[in-house]
Design a binder for this molecule. Structure first.
Ligand SMILES: Nc1nc2c([nH]c(=O)n2[C@H]2C[C@H](O)[C@@H](COP(=O)(O)OP(=O)(O)OP(=O)(O)O)O2)c(=O)[nH]1
Length: 338
């Protein structure tokens, strides 16, 4: 199902039948519709209704996810993802009301959908086509990290003719590389004063982030997972509760603090059994994450930071999308609890 996502001031949510008048009003505008290849002009009202109904069906089948982009309850545009049959790639599309062009809305909304597609749906490759006479849209794609991979031509129903298009692509690995270099670049290396031969620029060194996490196990052997809330990095992914180890803390102290802050449970005096650890490139940093198994605590876990909680059987862990570095933990926990 299509979730709600947040991008700054904008709420991205599934379309609703009652959006039809707004969709019709915004799309039935030559400056918008001429950039959308499949729509006629004038754009009839019943097509807006049919399109919204089809987005709901596609979403239920997991074939496509279309988001209404809203601010303060007003619909301003839409972003959509249409998945390939094998669900490994998807094409991205969007349109926005001319009233908000140039304000960064499309970039912010499309960026959030791209992150969600790559991180939560684990899509490997995104593509997007843009008419050559739509440089604004190409600029949006470049800001998102898309690269031009080719040129082609497509029939534009509204224009009644074939038009040249530019094909763009963003791969998951390209996105991760971009996260690593843009979001948290380490300081530049010191300038070499007497370099006799021009040296290749040194690769940026990943910074190691120490994060501590726990697999809390209940009496039925289920594991507590928490879903990262909107607004945080990796929002929408399920993780083992925990957090960053502060400078003056041991991992155990950090775990006790995090469990109190996030779940309102007291682990003081509980057996914190070291189970395994993650040491993985996590994009902006290198993640070092000891994972403890904890079977006893005081209190009932409650979501204190807006996160969703779920007690999950080991066999069902793979149904909960997790950050990539966590994936090797799943078979280890299944073995422990199997
Ligand atoms: N807790 C936890 N974090 C994980 C897991 N897997 C994984 O990649 N991470 C990453 C996500 C975050 O980038 C980082 C944890 O940082 P965080 O932001 O949640 O830490 P925190 O609770 O100290 O948060 P904050 O107050 O600084 O926002 O580790 C996991 O299973 N559990």
């Amino acid at each position: 199902m299509t979730p709600e996502l947040k991008a700054g001031d904008f709420l991205l949510r599934p379309l609703r039948p009652e959006d039809a008048p707004a969709v019709h009003r915004l799309v039935n505008d030559w400056s918008v519709v001429r950039m959308l290849s499949r729509l006629p002009f004038p754009y009839p009202r019943d097509l807006a209704e049919k399109w919204i109904a089809s987005t709901l069906e596609d979403s239920a089948r997991g074939e496509a996810h279309h988001f209404a982009v809203t601010r303060n309850g007003t619909l301003l545009g839409a972003v959509g993802l249409v998945l390939s049959d094998d669900r490994r790639s998807a094409s991205l599309g969007y349109w926005a009301s001319p009233a908000v062009w140039g304000q960064g809305m499309t970039t912010a909304a499309a960026q959030r959908v791209v992150e969600w597609a790559l991180q939560v749906l684990k899509i490997e490759k995104l593509t997007a086509d843009v008419a050559v006479d739509n440089p604004g849209s190409s600029a949006v794609l470049r800001k998102l990290g898309f690269q031009e991979t080719g040129r082609g031509s497509r029939r534009f129903v509204s224009r009644g003719t074939d038009c040249p298009i530019i094909i763009h692509e963003l791969t998951r690995s390209g996105f991760l590389q971009q996260e690593a270099t843009i979001q948290d670049a380490p300081p530049p290396p010191p300038v070499q004063e007497k370099a006799s031969t021009p040296a290749a620029p040194p690769l940026p060194k990943p910074r190691t982030l120490l994060v501590v996490a726990a697999a809390l196990l209940d009496t039925q052997g289920r594991i507590l997972l928490a879903r990262r809330p909107e607004g945080k990095r990796l929002a929408g992914l399920w993780e083992f509760p925990g957090g960053k180890v502060e400078r003056d803390e041991t991992p155990e102290q950090a775990l006790i603090r995090e469990m109190k802050e996030e779940l309102d449970v007291d682990l003081t005096g509980s057996c914190l059994a070291p189970f395994t650890f993650v040491s993985e490139n996590a994009g902006p940093f290198h993640l070092l994450m000891p994972l403890y198994v904890v079977r006893r605590w005081r209190g009932t876990p409650a979501p204190r930071e807006g996160q969703e909680l779920a007690w999950v059987k080991a066999a069902d862990l793979a149904k909960y999308p997790m950050p990539d570095p966590d994936l090797p933990l799943i078979p280890l926990l299944q073995e422990l609890l199997g």
